[in-house]
Design a protein around this ligand. Structure first.
Ligand code: AP5
Length: 217
């Protein structure tokens, strides 16, 4: 079993990199943000509650988030491990993850932090478009689609996330960066943290993440 935690501020590139790492390392990509967005689209009770927090740029309460994550990790494809994108987001989640994995005689093998300066995060989030069908990620500056407004991979329309409005971007960064710092320190203290310079082009960031992951797992 291999569990990799992908850390980074909103817009650092976790959702861009995680599917590539998942493919290359043959591990499922488990993203709490994607699970919440699916729940919102389904209109489930979890989705309705999570939406109130996501729209304000705040973390969804642990009582909802942890159950959703543990249910996902109980699915058969996660018996080999997972790439965790967006979890843990605070110290309580980091502790719960450690004990849930210990129950499976496993542990976090490495925490990969993608580090990007705040002004670049704002630029990236305000230029992000995702495809409606599968969430494939684009950027109007660094990674535009071949046909404007259409996904290269599945032809579905590109939309902006509700939480990529400029006022929500500021709120997300203000509300979430301190907790991210706590989680980064948590893994640093345990000798599990590897920090990657996320300002470089996507392919170079991928290579650096893969090298760090393969050295540890
Ligand atoms: P989530 O979906 O996890 O959002 P996030 O962490 O805010 O991260 P983003 O998806 O915004 O950014 P990213 O790092 O994936 O960047 P991306 O690859 O898209 O969470 C959404 C919400 O759900 C949270 O706010 C919270 O409310 C809730 N939530 C989720 N998990 C939770 C938890 N554990 N606990 C409580 N609440 C939780 O890239 C961004 C842009 O940059 C794209 O346009 C991309 O094309 C571009 N880009 C990427 N890499 C590069 C590069 N190297 N160079 C240039 N451009 C690049």
């Amino acid at each position: 079993m291999t569990f990799l935690v992908l850390l980074g501020a909103p817009g650092a590139g976790k959702g861009t990199q995680a599917p590539i790492l998942a493919d290359r390392l043959r591990l499922p990509h488990v993203a709490t943000g994607d699970l919440f967005r699916s729940a919102v689209l389904e209109g489930s009770a979890v989705g309705l509650e999570a939406r109130q927090y996501m729209e304000r740029g705040q973390l969804v309460p642990d009582s909802i988030t942890v159950k959703m994550l543990l249910d996902r990790l109980a699915q058969p494809d996660a018996s080999v491990g997972a790439i965790l994108d967006g979890f843990p987001r605070n110290l309580a989640q980091a502790d719960i993850l450690a004990s849930a994995l210990a129950d499976r005689h496993s542990q976090v093998d490495v925490a990969l932090e993608i580090e990007v300066p705040e002004e670049e995060l704002v630029r990236r989030l305000s230029g992000r478009w995702i495809c409606k069908a599968n969430g494939h990620v684009y950027n109007e500056r660094s990674h535009p689609p071949r046909v404007p407004g259409i996904c290269d991979l599945d032809d579905s329309p590109l939309i902006q996330r509700d939480d990529d409005r400029s006022e929500t971007i500021a709120a997300r960064l203000a509300a979430q960066l301190a907790a991210l710092g706590d989680v980064v320190d948590y893994y640093r203290q345990r000798g599990l943290l590897r920090t990657i310079d996320g300002r470089r082009p996507v392919t170079e960031v991928t290579d650096a993440l893969l090298a760090a992951a393969r050295a540890e797992s």
